[in-house]
Design a protein around this ligand. Structure first.
Ligand code: T4K
Length: 371
């Protein structure tokens, strides 16, 4: 089986729509000589995003990490904010960079998302907010988190980096909590090279975010907030507009790939593919397998086997933010309250999907699992 794949199969291989249309849009950018700072493509893209998500405001951003930090500031989050540890490090860093302590709460064993009861246990007088992460496209227990937030007077927002195009109880992710933050990074199923967006139905918050993403300017010579440079460029918006036209195709391909993995893994003892609620919309951008004790290889051995065949499987998001710096040093006892996070993160393998692979490739990837 050596030399199995002659190219590396990546988890985050970008999906790219119609290149000719993209190049035409790029020509227009050069003709107008307008590259960034709310150009016409960014404005068009925001309208399309808002319509698609059914949300009043959708503000494009340079990336989701800056967006998370900006929103934390705009919502006046301070002291401590509760988040999961099983997430990309950006969720924690966006807070820590603002001098806010990310407090890690444990997750639900079945959904891998924040467990509202665990969140409640982590609340202290310093807590000001909760950031739920819709991990691997599966929505958080939004109602459960809402109840906790309301009971304690906390702000609730969501890191929806994985959940563009997904729904919760029939409503698109994007309009829950104070706001939701999407990532359109190259490795996401829908990308704008780098990029992201903040979606909200709150008019005041939207206005504030718009100013804060442009240094806080509210006119040529006037600044009214502390702000940053969080703007999306025209070239990214062009990519977004083009990829939008292929959005349904990207989802269908992910679905086809997911079904191929599901059929192939069904009979292998000790491996389970994460499942999605068929009644909801889902982008299926991560194919995540949990390795149980019944499988002959440990998770790390399996990943090594895959990598030896050029399948660059990932261990997202092992070992959890709490075991990475600076949190490992600042919060040395965090793991005491994260038994589910610790167990789950040591078992997950994320496999390649998206438009650059197909069922034939997946059948060969599956051969590695059969041993
Ligand atoms: N919140 C959550 C829950 C997130 O998952 C993320 C990002 C964020 C917030 C922050 O969003 P952004 O600020 O990035 O908008 C990658 C992505 O860089 C990151 O966006 C993503 N989550 C995370 C899950 O994955 P790395 O460090 O694993 O990336 P890297 O360079 O190892 O690339 C992943 C795979 O994709 C590799 O096998 C190579 C392949 N790849 C990558 C790029 C960039 C390609 O084939 N082509 C490419 O153009 O973080």
């Amino acid at each position: 089986m050596d030399g199995f794949f002659d190219r590396v199969l990546h988890v985050g291989s970008p999906n790219i729509g119609n290149k000719e249309k993209f190049l035409r849009l790029v020509d227009g950018i050069f003709e107008r000589n307008w590259l960034t700072n709310r150009g016409p493509l960014v404005e068009q893209f925001e309208v399309r995003l808002g319509d698609y998500l059914g949300v009043k405001h959708c503000i494009t951003m340079c990336n989701a990490t800056v967006a998370l930090g900006l929103v934390a500031k705009a919502l006046d989050l301070r002291g401590e904010v509760i988040i999961p540890s099983l997430t990309f490090i950006a969720t924690a860093h966006a807070l820590q960079m603002q001098g806010i302590k990310p407090v890690f709460a444990d997750i639900d064993r079945n959904t891998y998302n924040l467990d509202p009861a665990a969140v409640e246990r982590m609340i202290t007088p310093k807590t000001t907010g909760i950031i739920g992460v819709h991990l691997y496209s599966r929505p958080c227990d939004i109602e459960g988190l809402r109840a906790v937030a309301d009971n304690y007077g906390l702000k609730l927002m969501f890191d929806a980096a994985h959940a563009f195009g997904c729904s919760y109880k029939g409503q698109m992710i994007g309009s829950f909590g104070e706001c939701e933050v999407f990532s359109f990074h190259a490795t996401k199923f829908f990308n704008t090279f780098e990029g992201g967006a903040i979606a909200t139905n709150n008019d005041d918050l939207a206005e504030k975010i718009r100013l804060m993403q442009n240094f806080g300017f509210n006119g040529l010579d006037s600044v009214i907030y502390i702000g940053t440079n969080g703007k999306m460029s025209e070239i990214s918006a062009a990519m977004g507009l083009v990829n939008f036209d292929s959005l349904d195709d990207f989802v269908s391909i992910n679905k086809r790939n997911y079904e191929a993995y599901k059929a192939g893994l069904a009979d292998i003892r000790g491996l389970s593919l994460i499942e999605f609620d068929e009644s909801e919309r889902c982008n299926l951008q991560y194919v995540v397998v949990e390795v149980d004790d019944g499988y002959p290889l440990g998770r790390d051995q399996l990943v090594e086997q895959l990598r030896s065949k050029n399948v660059l499987a990932r261990k997202y998001f092992w070992p959890g933010c709490h075991r990475m710096e600076p949190y490992r040093t600042l919060q040395p006892n965090a793991s005491d309250v994260l038994p589910v996070t610790e167990d789950v993160s040591a078992r997950l393998v994320v496999l390649p999907t998206g438009t650059t692979i197909d069922e034939t490739v997946i059948h060969r990837v599956l051969e590695v699992f059969y041993g």
